[in-house]
Design a binder for this molecule. Sequence first.
Ligand code: IVH
Length: 668
Amino acid sequence: MSHEQIHQQIEHLREVLNSHNYKYYVLHKPEISDFEFDNLLKELNDLEAKYPEFDDPNSPTKRVGSDLTGEFTQVQHKYQMLSLANTYSDDEIKEFDARVVKGMGETPEYVCELKYDGTAIGLTYKNGRLAQAITRGDGIVGDDVTSNVRTIKTIPLVLHGNDFPAEFEIRGEIFMPRKVFDDINTLREEEGEVPFANPRNAAAGTLKLLDPTVVAQRKLDCFLYFILGENLPFNNHFDNLKKAKDWGFKIPDNNKLCKSVDEVLAFIKQWDNDRKKLPYDTDGVVIKVNSYQQQKVLGFTAKTPRWAIAFKYKAEQVTTQLLSVDFQVGRTGAITPVANLKPVKLAGSTVKRASLHNADQIELLDIRIGDSVQVEKGGEIIPKIVGVDKTQRTLFSTPLNFIANCPECSTPLVKPEGEAKHFCPNQVGCPPQIKGRIVHFISRKALNIDGLGEETIELLFAKGLIRDIADLYLLRKEQLLNLERFAEKSTDNAIKSIEESKVIPFPRVLYGIGIRYVGETTARKLALHFGTIEKIETATIEQLLEVEEVGDRIAQSIVEYFSNPITINLIDRLKLAGLQLKVDESLNQKISDKLNGLSLVISGTFSRISRDELKELIQKHGGKNVSSVSSSTSMLVAGDKIGPAKLEKAQKLGVRIVSEEEFFELIS
Ligand code: IVH
């Protein structure tokens, strides 16, 4: 074959594969077997490897995600990515309709769509090819996640036909089908990883992974619902979306054109039930005025379009029976009552357990064994009990008494003043507390001993090989090899990761030892303030209170922790093991030059760190902190509740605005 013929063959294979992808993933009508598809893909892959001069980022071979990106760059949205006003009742929908009719002087046509529960994405196509995929970010600037988005099979890399505008943007929702979510979580639980709370978090988290190969395995999907650009074929939303389907996009089939608000309400009613049968999560209905002309007349408020609204369904509830209550003991000794329920289907999964939080909650609900209870699933994995149907209660039921003694070690429980929870005070002798502390100590944010997992800790504890965190450093290879779970390789791994933890910096060790109320941030502040564990050990309440964010409760807890001779002995043994128990001076020094020469303004509140820490971090990366936005400001780091004046000024002056997350990615 001549060079040109090879090029043609490559192009031909790409076209054929793209078209089969579309038939398989979007139309669900495959025409060839997986085997045949894989063969064609392999042929293309081989040719591309041999002839890199014909490389193309939009080749179907790129769907498996082959390149490792560093971090995401931030890109300004061409059209601001707005969100929608929410409503929860039919009356509010009627009010929306009345506002629209008043604004336009006539009844419009509405398009009703399902509201997909995932993460928003904006896809730009240039000359029929995917050019860029950007997340919402703060609506003005988003992350460029193109390499990850390329791995999503239902997103066309090259469009069909030739009647699309030369450049346009199409927006939609990337989501994780429920089945994929369940499978991933099962795997994560088996491997001792924290499961995702819900498919939405799983989709958003996946999209931000740095390795597209992993993204490709997560089987994300995407519905498109909004198209923007000049020279669109029609002057209304509905027809343009229908057209976009011909170009290869996955446009939902259930979009409906409605001629009156009553039809809209009927759509909402119908889908409240029908959506439960869908293999993905939806949380409402989006109602849009169809005509672009009418959309233009209605315009926008500061944050949302006046021509669209979201109706959100209430969280799903089911009724089931309370069979019994277990009392679980956490690492800090906190007791959590957990309800065992008669298994019931709720929002796509079977619910058997629900948290009852604490004694006050039990009293508030006046819940009794055998009661008929309403269970609701919010954003969390563990559903909650929101009510009791007392009409179903038998005469003989008795109130549920909170236990007086620890279910694990029988020590009488205490309920400290001002605390909602009961605690088992037997910190040194209560098995779940001991194991919990060791599991916390080895966790990723603490000593990151990833050669051991929760189950291994259980085993080592059961065999009497460890009684506290310092014992980990006395473990020998022969001891591990004798255990059923350990082969040569896993033993070496475990020993190696224990050894490696000895260089983990002091702030993380302090967090890892698990003083009650001392989280990651507080541990860091304490470590930097005092410098050594000895100084923290001997600090008075007053001295502790001098540390930013340390209040009475934390100070008291620290003093109590170090007043126990067992703790002092533990710290001595950790010292002997060679752990970092003082601040490494280099921690205070420069970390990188990534912000060299830049002046940054911070505004709002931040979730990961305090404002002071953020300023410190800016300095350590070479940046300069300035207090107000001007034309010489390089960047505004926007937290929650950002000052509107600062935001507006930054927008006006074209100053780059980054979110907290984006800032961390910038300096990572
Ligand atoms: S339209 C200006 N349509 O819900 C209109 N959004 O609360 C832009 N969403 O930001 C959005 N399904 O992330 C639209 N069928 C749908 C949707 C949808 C889910 C998300 C989207 C949006 C948010 C609004």
